[in-house]
Unconditional design. Sequence first.
Length: 380
Amino acid sequence: MAGIATTGAWAAGSDRPEKRSVRIGFMPLADCAPVVMASVLGFDEQYGVRFELSRELSWTGMRDRLVGGEIDAAHVLYGLLYGLQMGIGTRARQMAVLMNLNQNGQGITLSRSLAAQAPDGGALARLVRGGGMRPTFGHTFPTGNHALFLYYWLATAGIDPFVDCKLVTVPPGQMAASLAAGHLDGFCAGEPWGQRAVRDGAGLLAVSSEAIWPDHPGKVLGASADFAAAHPHTCRAMIAALLDAARWLDASRSNREAAAEVLASPAYVGAGRDVLQLCLAGRTNIGAAWRGHNGLRFFADGQATFPWLSDGMWFLTQQRRWGLLQSDPSWLSVAREVNRIDLYTDGAALAGVDVPDGVMRSSTLIDGLVWDGSDPARFA
């Protein structure tokens, strides 16, 4: 991997990053690949910064270290940042989504015993309504992506997650073991932990997250609004470096396989190399980009990295739907405040990445509803 060519140019003079060493937290998941590979391959130093990576063990710990200033930025759940912004379960704090880090790459995994009785959502609904069981499902954070994807899938099948199920929060790295031990009947988490449960014989994949929302947003590069305000050039440099890493990851299957080898180290994800290679490079060539077994994409010509306002608004609609927000927020205003398209645009210019013409996009979800951000209150 030595000698990888980069497009970036070190910013100097008035554009020099305000902070040379940037502390970035990450979780041991396949989609931390852009953050890790930007550091390993030196994409960060091309823009005058150096990533000091901090491996976190839980999203709660990540949140506390981010708001406490122990880390400057993070590979973090989209919904977690919006929950912080809205003060759900904690004091409200102004946050910043600097860019999206991936699309897809999550999944809902059922225990083998439950999957034998209910291999899909419809069968699960019949089992629950018939009084057969009240399943226990794990997610990774109450306001986060995995909780909201899980709720959406259950509700689409006619299951009320808060009435018909028991819901527990489990760190992603503990999901497979908790399923194997019988503490969970199923979980929603980022890869490779669903595949780990499958490989260990404890679970079966019920549905991938891209089936729930095709090319949905995943983790983001998040920071506090105060950090973004005090370090705009640092933020632009981080964005540019991560865009280079994302472009490198999507360029070829061999790059994905090399990334899997790096991530297998206990310093990063600490899962088997074969499982990570399946997650990162398990499919054949689709168009010009390589995708993992569940459609994991990092770049997609800048479509996967852009901080779409409609993406941020979707998380607000689901937090409102399930009572985490007690009243309708100012949907678009909140998204404009949190998603820093201005900083992303500048970072994209440094990396030579095109920016979409609009700030909204349209998707058809698993229930056939179209989400485009045009009527959030009705959608919620």
